[in-house]
Write a protein that binds this ligand. Sequence first.
Ligand code: SAM
Ligand code: CA
Length: 236
Amino acid sequence: MEQYTKTLLSKGLLQSEDLYQYILETSVYPREPEPLKELRHATAGHPRARMATSPDAGQLMAMLLKLVNAKKAIEVGVYTGYSLLLTALTIPEDCKITAIDVNRETFEIGLPIIKKAGVADKIDFIESEALPALDQLLQNTENEGSFDFAFVDADKGNYWNYHERMMKLLKVGGVVVYDNTLWSGTVILSDELVPENLKQWKEPIIEFNKLVAADPRVQLSHASVGDGMAICTRLY
Ligand code: SAM
Ligand code: CA
């Protein structure tokens, strides 16, 4: 059994921890690329290691990237780079991922592993608040409707603002995944039951889930993988 079990178990939403472990041991860890394992292990000791994408959620992302044959991707919220490295490893040679994070320091924890994996050239890292960075990208009309895939995993209070930008940046038929949309299951809990550290984004996530469910521009699947992932395809 993997030594990082404890951290990972607390990320899953399945009622049975043994069942979550079964998925990881049977289908996920044996197929997880070595550089991703290395990055996951390098992140495990970091004080905010819980923020990293769980490998089962990553496996679903990799499948979506392949299904849409993603050549141009964008990520909002990099942290140490698990989902970023996963994307860079999955998209073909000569393809690009634009990655935005206010914090370059945590990206640099994963960077040596990304470089060793030979995919650093696929990454354009932008150290910035995400909203102005997205607006800057939209200033260039060539970016409109040009992205095949987007992963949004930064400040949850801005998810709807990010969504509005993604509806312009994505191709019709492109996919955007919003992460943590079940917020450790707190979306159905009354406030007094929500742990202090989760209170801030509970309501914004609930509001985002409502808005995106009512958005005719997307096809939606709210998957209960990881901490919940709202998977959207741009319809028009
Ligand atoms: N996707 C990452 C992974 O797989 O490890 C995890 C991302 S972590 C949950 C959220 C990241 O969003 C943090 O690195 C944080 O610095 C960044 N972030 C938070 N608010 C932001 C903002 N307004 N603009 C840009 N980045 C932001
Ligand atoms: Ca996340």
